[in-house]
Design a protein around this ligand. Structure first.
Ligand code: 1CP
Length: 340
């Protein structure tokens, strides 16, 4: 069976009449004992730079759960080091050596030769394709706003206030910064598609913290530009937006096939408000910590609520958390696969 005939790609195109596909955001990672075993031996960055290990950790959740798509193992911040902003990944999450704290600091960032500096990414994709030739593979990147949040804040944050202040204090410099990040991201995703990615997802993890007019300017416009530049590639484009609900109408105009919906919004409502698009989501990742019957019941409730299951990809409403029980993921996948 070719990739085009897979339930995942058909669902991306709104034409899936078979079993509902399911994958889990951040499905390779710390909640899996086999991932932790690999990380005992190598650092996160070494893992990201070793094609054989990339393929191994991409395969782990597929083998264990029978998921319908794989996602490249990398990070949304991998593009920063060659851009001039070194990042490390200690226990508590990403840390930038020199956060962008002034308009002058943006001048230190620069464009770079993606094919050369990030060659381990297409090599990783080709390795994944060697061992999992029939599995749809999702490539990904962060949205320009989300990547800029880490560039400016220097680490994770609840509200990314520094990044929000920066775009208002220095709109012209911020525009230049977004131009650079967007241009890199567009070419980075194209490289992933050329290496074999069957779909691409942009993670708009933090744009949902913006006001409506700023969301249009700093999230919708740059993501739309990146996706539009990928028109010719023909692969499905997925935009995940954390805190989508207030902005569904704005996102419905983005040039993409699928919208990833966070757990706060009613998924059926999102589907109704996104005509012509497929939806992906949206079980609250915290539910996985409840009893297995609750996981099954909440999953079933979402499945039954959907008007058009032909344009549904089941997922969590944000990334799976470290400590999530693997039995809960098994229950989630079983419930989705038995639905029809
Ligand atoms: O092993 C470790 O200790 C490192 C933990 C880790 C992992 C496994 C990080 C650091 N990144 C990753 C991989 C990763 N990151 C993947 C591929 C794995 C998969 O999905 O199978 C993906 C898609 C990401 C995406 C990512 N990284 C996002 C967007 C998704 C989201 O959750 O909204 C973000 C915001 C990041 C930044 C980042 N990198 C790492 C961490 C712990 C974080 C989040 C920090 C924060 O909460 O602010």
């Amino acid at each position: 069976m070719g990739i085009e005939q897979s339930s995942f790609i058909k669902a991306c195109r709104g034409k899936n009449e078979g079993r509902i596909p399911v994958w889990v955001m951040r499905q390779a990672g710390r909640y899996l004992p086999e991932y932790r075993a690999v990380r005992e031996k190598v650092s996160f960055l070494e893992l990201c730079r070793t094609p054989e290990l990339i393929a191994e950790v991409v395969r782990q959740p597929i083998d264990r759960f029978g998921l319908d798509a794989g996602i490249l193992f990398s990070d949304i911040l991998t593009i920063l080091e060659p851009m001039g902003a070194p990042v490390s990944f200690p226990e508590g999450g990403p840390r930038l050596e020199n956060p962008i704290d002034s308009p002058e600091a943006v001048k230190w960032l620069h464009d770079f030769d993606i094919e050369k500096e990030l060659a381990f990414v297409p090599e990783g994709i080709r390795k994944i394709k060697e061992i999992l030739p029939d599995l749809p593979l999702i490539g990904f990147a962060g949205s320009p706003f989300t990547v800029s949040c880490y560039l400016i804040e220097g680490k994770g944050s609840k509200a990314f206030d520094k990044a929000k202040r920066f775009i208002h204090a220095y709109p012209k410099t911020a525009a230049e910064l977004f131009e650079l990040v967007s241009s890199v991201t567009e070419r980075y995703l194209r490289m992933q598609i050329e290496a074999g990615a069957d779909a691409v997802q942009l993670f708009e993890s933090w744009g949902g913290t913006l006001s409506r007019d700023d969301f249009l300017r700093w999230s919708v416009q740059p993501t739309n530009r990146i996706f539009t530049a990928l028109n010719e590639s023909k692969v499905p484009r997925i935009l995940f937006v954390n805190n989508l609900a207030p902005y569904t109408d704005l996102v419905s105009g983005v040039n993409c096939e699928v919208v990833g919906v966070d757990y706060r919004m009613d998924l059926a409502d999102a589907q109704r408000k996104l005509p012509g698009k497929s939806v992906q989501g949206n079980l609250d990742p915290a539910v996985l910590f409840g009893p297995l019957e609750l996981v099954a019941a909440k999953t079933q409730m979402i499945l039954e609520s959907i008007d058009d299951p032909n344009r549904l990809i089941f997922n969590l409403g944000h990334g799976i958390q470290p400590g999530a029980p693997v039995e809960a993921v098994e229950m989630l996948v079983k419930t989705v696969h038995e639905f029809r």
